[in-house]
Every structure is written in structure tokens, then in C-alpha cells.
Design a protein around this ligand. Sequence first.
Ligand SMILES: Cc1cc2nc3c(=O)[nH]c(=O)nc-3n(C[C@H](O)[C@H](O)[C@H](O)COP(=O)(O)OP(=O)(O)OC[C@H]3O[C@@H](n4cnc5c(N)ncnc54)[C@H](O)[C@@H]3O)c2cc1C
Length: 462
Amino acid sequence: MNLQADQSVHEPARDLPVRAMPDVVVVGAGPAGLTAALAAAEEGLKVALVEGRSYVGGNLTIGLPVLGFLSQKGKPIIAGLPQRFIDRLKAQGAAGEHQACPLHVSLTLIDPEAVKLTALEMLAERGVDLMLYTAFAGVVMEGNRIQAVVTESKAGREAIVAPVVVDCTGDADVAFRAGVPCEKGDAHGGMQPPTLMFCLAGVDTEKLRGRLGDDPETYKADIIPGDYFGRHDRFIVVGLRQQLQQAREAGLNIATERTILITGLRPGEVWVNMTRVKGIDGTDPRSLTHGEIETRRQVGEIVKYLVGYVPGFENARLVAVAPFLGIRETRRIVGQYVMTAEDILSCRRFDDAVAVASYPIDLHRPDDNDCTLEWCGDCYDIPYRSLVPQAVDNLLVAGRCISTTHEAMAAIRVMSTCMATGEAAGRAAAMAVREGVSPGQVDVDLLRRQLLERGACLKSPT
Ligand SMILES: Cc1cc2nc3c(=O)[nH]c(=O)nc-3n(C[C@H](O)[C@H](O)[C@H](O)COP(=O)(O)OP(=O)(O)OC[C@H]3O[C@@H](n4cnc5c(N)ncnc54)[C@H](O)[C@@H]3O)c2cc1C
């Protein structure tokens, strides 16, 4: 056969072995998927959780703090299962307190390795059937319903048959394959750029915060006043633009306008959020490969910058690079309701709220190397309808790919909110299975009462 690269080959149809028949199958075990699986299992359902990687946690494992547990007024707004997960980490010294932050509203430091193990323990305690090393590959449709989720692994292609499916892939992989209308990026398809996180040890963070606190004119942080650093020995600093400029003038090639550093839980540890490549599509492996190679190349330049220009980094050494490129944005489903920037900026309340959030619109702009931040001053609701996709009956979506615009997604994407939507989706899936209805038909007042009974926060605290 003489084939060209742009031609296709025919793959014959085949019958797939059924690997599992749970009540609910959750695809993706990041912050949203873990919480969705645990919530559905807590409701007494048989739950399967499919994860492509060798561990669970998604972006909870790449060195990021969890943002958004507190409101812009400093009140706790994410409770229930997400809080219980943090409490389990805290009991082992693997999570910090929720700490208010003038720029990021609130940060909660977590230990990535403890996240993986603790999540595994909690899933095992609830009897969740976890399938690692198992990629979601497609769906078998029966009209408007997903009859089976198809997986691909070393065991080949297999089917998981469940009455309700929850898509927590971050990329809306299941929804997209099932025919749910999806959108990607801004009006021109531009998506927030990805970042490969990395960790340095041996940083004198006391020296760093001393300079930030005592000489804020020279060591200038965006938004955060110098005295914050005097009061907190754990912090995120965004800024030091002058130092970056000096490094550039001296010939270093750095792809961002801002220094972004996050102190770790251990003394001397700092996670760096500064690699960046424009134009990457996280749903295209060729593009992802380019992003991985380019960001890995950037790590060395950024380390040189930090050691040479930022106080406290003189003796720093690279100790870890995150296991994968962090993807900020890809597909979003079009659901029963599309959340907008206006909903967020007007602190909009919804009758069908299943989570409360307060994180600002924090948009790493697709076209340049900077960021847009917009605060609303208080809280806004996440409506259940944004978790319910159009076109497919037995599917729910949680996490960063729920139904929003590009701008609204830049607010709801933080991991506390993703966990809260995961909990809502898991409990809604359980209701749908018990009542024999589709997720779009569940009694939302009852769902809200149930979420409240299980400890979730559905009201903006005063
Ligand atoms: C660089 C960067 C910095 C960020 N900073 C912060 C921060 O400081 N604090 C904060 O709270 N948020 C931050 N965010 C946002 C936040 O991390 C994400 O929006 C959030 O993790 C999304 O959660 P999720 O559960 O929807 O998806 P993810 O965390 O992406 O998890 C998805 C899971 O699904 C799995 N999966 C995907 N596709 C498949 C498939 N086809 N088959 C099987 N498994 C699959 C993945 O392996 C993964 O485990 C940041 C994001 C990035 C990229």
C-alpha cells in the first residue's frame, strides 16, 4: 500500500471486553475527579476512577498551592470533602493553613507526594475501583447516552459500562468524544500558556522576604505590599520585574514578564512558576511535545536568573521538575448554562448554586507574556447547570472544563473550586443513579440540601 501522511487507514470495528460495570465512572483523577469519585462512593455507589498517569492528583502534584479556599473577605468558602482532604494532609504536616493573600485571595500549601498517597488511601477506604495507567480513548454511544467509556491500556481496548459518566479530564475529553459542543480558548482560539513547574532547594527564604519587606521599591511585588512579607514566612511572590529586566539586558532569555515564586512546606524549598510557551494546544500531543521540550530548556535560564539576581537564591539548587507540563486551558463544554466574566464580576448568585467561589479572573494572556487580574470584591456562585452538558444525557463535567467563557474559566480554574465542583458532580451522579434519571433531571434543591448536610458551603459568608 502506498500511503501519504495526510491519508487515513481503516481500523476494523471490533468487540471490546467489558472491564467493569460500576454505577458511576469518573474519568480523570485530578482535584475534580478525586473528589467526584470520593463523593459518589460516600453516597454508597460502586465507582470506577480512570486515570492515565501512574498516580492520582492531577495538578495537585506539580508543586502548586491550592488557591481559593478563602473568599476575598478572608472567610472560608470551600468546605465539605475538599476541606476533609486538606485536613487529612494537615494531620501529617503535609498541608499548611489557609492563608489570606492580597494577590491570590488565599493559598494553602500542600506536599505533592503526600497528596498522591493520601488520595490513594481515601479512595481505598471508600472502595473506589481505581484504574491507573488507563487512558480514556473514546465512547460507544447509544442515541444521546454514553453506553460505554472505552479505555486503552497495556491490556488493549476495554469498555466500562455505567449509567452515569463524570468527565474530570480537565480537557473535556469524554464530553468532546461524546459529541458535546465544546469551545477552546478566546475568540481566536488563543489559550492561556502552559508552565512546567520546578523546585529549588537551599533557598534562603528569610533573606528573600527580608528584602521584599524592607526594600519594596527595589524588590517590588505586584499588588502585595512589603509588610505582608514581614508577617508571613510562607508566601507567593509575583513581580520582581526590574530584576527580570536586568537579567534580560545581561542576555538571559526568559519568556515571562514576572517572577513567580512559591515557598514550599519545607524550609529552603521554593517552587518556580515561570516557564511559559505561547501557542500550545494541550489536546494535541505534537504541540505538547514542543511545549515540554521548550519549557525544559527554559528551566536552566530561569535558575541562572534566580541565582544571579534574586536575593536568597545564591546557593539554590534544582531538586525537582514537575512530572508534566501544567496546562492552564484547553476545551470547555457548552452546558445548560455558560458562566461569564459578568457573572463573576457582579458576584452573581444562582438558585441552583452547587459551589461558592471568590477567586478573581486571573488570565495569563495567550498573546503576550503577562496577566490580567480582575476582582469582584466578594463571592460568586457556580450553578449546577454549568456542570450539565448539552447534547449528552448521562454525563456530568467537573473541574476546569465546566461550561464557562474563556474569561470566566480563568477564575473558576483554581483547585479548591475544581474540588467543590467535583463533590457536586459526584453527589449529583449518585442521585441520578438512585433515582434512575439523567443528571440534567435531578432535583437540584434536594442536591443542594444534600451538599449542605455533607458539609459543603453554598452561601457566601458575610
Ligand atoms: C502552571 C499552572 C499554575 C496553576 N496555578 C494554580 C495555583 O497556584 N493554585 C490553584 O489552585 N490552581 C492553579 N492552577 C489551576 C489548576 O491547577 C487547574 O485548573 C486544576 O488542577 C484543574 O483541575 P481538574 O481536576 O479539572 O484537572 P487536572 O488537575 O488537570 O486533572 C485532570 C486529571 O485527568 C487525567 N486525565 C486527563 N485526560 C485523561 C484521559 N484521556 N484519560 C485518563 N486520564 C486523563 C489527568 O492525568 C489528570 O490526573 C494552575 C494551573 C497551571 C497549569
